[in-house]
Design a protein around this ligand. Sequence first.
Ligand SMILES: CCCCCCCCCCCCC/C=C/C(=O)SCCNC(=O)CCNC(=O)[C@H](O)C(C)(C)COP(=O)(O)OP(=O)(O)OC[C@H]1O[C@@H](n2cnc3c(N)ncnc32)[C@H](O)[C@@H]1OP(=O)(O)O
Length: 366
Amino acid sequence: MQILTPHVYWAQRHGEIFLRVELSDAKVGQTSTSISCCNTINYIILSTAQGHGAKGDNEYEFSLEFLEPVQPEINHKSTQRQVDIKIKKQEERWWDRLTLQEKKPLFLAPDFDRWLDESDAEMELQAKEEKINKISVESRVRKDPYLGLKKGYLFMYNLVQFLGFSWIFVNMTVRLFILGQDSFYDTFHTTADMMYFCQMMAVLEVVNPLLGLVKTGFFPAMIQVAGRNVILFVIFGSVEEMQNKPVVFFVFYLWSTIEIFRYPFYMLACINTEWKLLTWLRYSLWIPLYPLGVIAEAVAVIQSLPIFDETRLFSLPLPAMLGHSLSFSYSLQLYLVLMFLGLFINFRHLYKQRRRRFRSRKRKVH
Ligand SMILES: CCCCCCCCCCCCC/C=C/C(=O)SCCNC(=O)CCNC(=O)[C@H](O)C(C)(C)COP(=O)(O)OP(=O)(O)OC[C@H]1O[C@@H](n2cnc3c(N)ncnc32)[C@H](O)[C@@H]1OP(=O)(O)O
């Protein structure tokens, strides 16, 4: 019996190579790899398989020198029609061709049943990854017996904040339409109680990530809540002269504009729902609003400096030889620097969140 070469069909994925050897009822005597130089394995030799091929019952063998190293374990399965061989690549990478030599051996051809080009294979890989992630998230989620309670709490928290900020926003808008610029001067007296309530509640936004209830970073939330509360309780709340300045209007309006979109977005997330327009607004409105908000807050701080100097409110008592006391305005000047540092940190954070959100959505669309 002469030894012949069977027809071999191939296809690849990023991590694997598939070979289909056209031999029916084959008895594979030995499927082995041999070691080439430097201990890297890049050969496959199928030797003395007995089977029924193009030229009838015979012994068949072939060898291939792969373009890049592969792992030594070879998976093969003989069926009535063919021998299927699966080999893992040493490195997960797309190969330009199967063999080291550029000229394709005559017995080798693409396996069009399995053939995918690189981008299709990438999509297949992504779909697989997403399926695995979904399964692992679902199994984790199912294990948490308090999930319903946590989601219920977050939903209620977001609902209360949404209602609070909506009340502020609508109140200010209606007053702006009715009173025009005059409404700037008594924003504090008409909305401060509700703003105090909402901002005190917002402390939970720093607690929630600490308890692992939300995926928010602790620092961005802390910067946000502490930054706003300094303005609300220290600059506006404790300095009466600041309370009827127009800057209060701008600060409160900018804060509430973002929140009437952010909290409903979170509410929907709690019930696994998404409205595309709302998501877009949540992850886009901050681009103009955040810098404007920080500028408005900086104006408020700057306007309060002479008042703190004059009233000596919160000033630090000093020993007589160092002067009378250290004005709180020095701490506020330092705070002004921190504000722009905080703006930078949160701007970067929100930019990353935006990219992450829209990238993962684009993937889902494919
Ligand atoms: C002495 C004190 C010193 C302090 C010094 C600091 C100086 C301070 C300077 C800074 C000044 C800031 C002043 C602020 C001004 C303004 O606000 S101006 C108006 C415009 N403002 C904004 O646009 C900011 C709005 N705020 C935020 O976006 C957040 O507070 C944030 C912390 C900055 C970012 O939010 P984050 O939660 O990290 O991102 P998200 O993508 O929204 O959420 C991540 C995931 O977590 C889920 N999640 C978060 N919260 C909830 C929730 N309450 N309920 C349910 N789920 C929640 C969310 O769904 C995301 O999940 P996934 O979608 O699965 O990823």
